[in-house]
Design a protein around this ligand. Structure first.
Ligand SMILES: Cc1cc2nc3c(=O)[nH]c(=O)nc-3n(C[C@H](O)[C@H](O)[C@H](O)COP(=O)(O)OP(=O)(O)OC[C@H]3O[C@@H](n4cnc5c(N)ncnc54)[C@H](O)[C@@H]3O)c2cc1C
Length: 370
């Protein structure tokens, strides 16, 4: 559906400078002037902007366009709630950073991360979702409608779904970034299966690194656990388990100086953190397990977070603020999977719909059998 033939919203309708709509590689409408500084390198699409100064208003405002946000959009759009998605400057979310996904149901041959997210977005658009590839930098959740600002564009929502996910932390060396999805990963659950009978390394010193190293021994012939310090942050039981696993070799005081290989990981250049001495070893995979950063900065003045900075849902997907819902990795550091995030998105959209109905804003709730 285009802006020209969209019926007016009962809430006053979208006020967008139409300009020339073009298809983005993710299937989204692009409206207004491109801002190269904010354009996503992944989507390669112009930023969408509302330019007449009036807030873009909707019944369901969704922040984030990973599996959680886009699934919420599909459900909300099919419930005639005319959702608006503020997709962020990294539209598609974390799966855009990886190559093949083999554990998302419905794709027995596997599917590329970007293809999967393209499909999610196309499906959300098919039912009338509007996209703005902008980062939210400020929110006001003090009352309805809730207000959200993204690069000076104001949005208003009768309900809001927060689905901003979490960002895996990386070493941030050039070779690591270049070989992401080609032997470098940040998700053992997702990618361990690809390393059957291979020699691989895990970087990190916390419980997640220990857990991932242990998990990866199910597949790999050998796992090198690399930690740049002498002591580990991980709990004693996890450290003992790693040292006790015959397939794990622990290297303390060891940093990754470079990931070797042109098209795929072929080795690592390691540096002794005390002496600076370097050595290269052959390796076929590298898992970075140094943590995640939940994308919750803009919400922290309004909603409680746990000790790691993740949002804390209050009841199912509802937050402590009526009308504000939470979905996906922004709150979940236990499962961190596309399918669980998508499930959360569906739950949040249904919860939002029922809440809007209870408030007299939406007419018919999705028929569910509970
Ligand atoms: C390397 C890697 C490989 C993976 N492989 C798999 C796999 O094979 N199978 C699997 O099931 N899972 C995999 N995962 C995990 C999976 O990607 C996540 O669990 C899932 O993407 C979480 O979805 P989400 O929608 O909650 O958040 P995300 O995917 O993190 O999406 C968050 C969205 O919010 C947006 N955003 C953030 N801040 C703002 C803001 N201020 N304003 C507006 N938007 C914002 C971002 O741009 C993004 O669009 C992998 C993860 C990584 C890192």
């Amino acid at each position: 559906m285009t802006d020209q033939n969209r019926p007016d919203s009962p809430l006053g309708g979208l006020k967008i400078n139409l300009g020339t709509a073009t298809e983005t590689p993710l299937g989204g409408l692009s409206i207004g002037t491109a801002d190269p500084a904010a354009t996503s390198p992944l989507a390669g699409s112009p930023v969408t902007e509302a330019t007449d100064g009036a807030p873009t208003e909707t019944k369901v405002l969704i922040i984030g366009s990973g599996p959680a946000g886009l699934t919420a959009a599909i459900y909300a759009a099919r419930a005639n709630l005319e959702p608006v998605v503020i997709a962020g400057s990294a539209p598609g979310g974390q799966l855009m950073l990886t190559s093949e996904i083999e554990n998302y149901p419905g794709f027995p041959e596997g599917i590329e991360g970007q293809d999967l997210m393209n499909r999610f977005r196309e499906q959300a658009e098919r039912f009338g979702t509007r996209f703005f590839d902008l980062d939210v930098d400020r929110v006001d959740l003090s009352g309805r409608p809730f207000h959200v600002w993204a690069q000076d564009t104001e949005f208003a929502g009768q309900s809001v779904i927060l689905a901003t996910g979490a960002s895996a932390l990386w070493l941030n060396i050039e070779s690591e970034q270049r070989l992401r999805g080609r032997g470098v990963s940040a998700c053992a659950t997702c990618d361990g299966f690809f390393f059957r009978d291979r020699e691989i390394a895990v970087v990190g010193g916390g419980d997640s690194a220990m857990e991932e190293a242990n998990y990866l021994t199910r597949f790999a012939s050998k796992v090198h656990l690399l930690h740049r310090r002498e002591g580990f942050r991980a709990s004693k039981i996890m450290i003992d388990r790693a040292y006790g696993n015959p397939k794990i070799e622990v290297h303390t005081n060891t940093e990754v100086a470079e990931v070797l290989g042109d098209d795929k990981v072929e080795g690592l250049r390691l540096r002794d953190a005390r002496t600076g001495e370097e050595r290269s070893i052959p390796m076929e995979g590298l898992f970075i397990a140094i943590g995640h950063r939940p994308n919750t900065e803009v919400f922290r003045d309004w909603l409680p977070t746990d000790e790691k900075g993740y949002l804390v849902p209050h009841h199912h997907t509802a937050s402590r603020i009526h009308g504000v819902f939470i979905a996906g990795d922004v709150a979940d550091h236990r499962y961190r999977q596309a399918v669980t995030a998508a499930g959360d998105g569906a739950r949040a959209a249904i919860d939002a719909e029922r809440w809007l109905e209870a408030e007299g804003i939406a007419e018919h709730a999705t028929q569910t059998a509970w």
